[in-house]
Design a protein around this ligand. Sequence first.
Ligand code: CA2
Length: 155
Amino acid sequence: MAKSAAETIFVLNGPNLNLLGSREPETYGHATLADVERLCAETSAKFVLRADCRQSNREGELIDFIHEAHAKKAAGIVINAGGYSHTSIALHDALMAVKIPTVEVHISNIYARESFRHHSFTARAAFATLCGFGIDGYRLAINGLAARIGVKAKA
Ligand code: CA2
């Protein structure tokens, strides 16, 4: 039987995260977005969850993904909204509207960086935020999300 949409989590990556692995390795490491998405798929599979991974450089498209997560009854969202985290009330509003358990991830430690990165609008709509763990933050986020929604790892 096909997996139901309720077993899907959306992993949303925002602007410029398609550049991962190609620039600024001192800040973001050497892993690529494909590596991030593989990690999310593997981690999700341990919980019999499916990771639906999306990336967009456009705010409106990210909002559409959040609406789609709601329409498809996604069990959770992991979001790294990139620079939009610090600017986008619209993304905050979309996350608040859908009421899907959400974890915010930042690869870098945003609090050790410029002050304009210290505030996140989207974090207010998340039940947890992880930053500074590199791409391992996505794995940790999925573990925390699974615990929050009551999904246990496969034996
Ligand atoms: O640390 C993170 O994950 C960030 O969300 C990344 C955003 C930044 O604006 C946030 O403050 C923190 C930027 C993503 C840019 O990604 C790049 C990756 C490689 C090379 C250049 C940019």
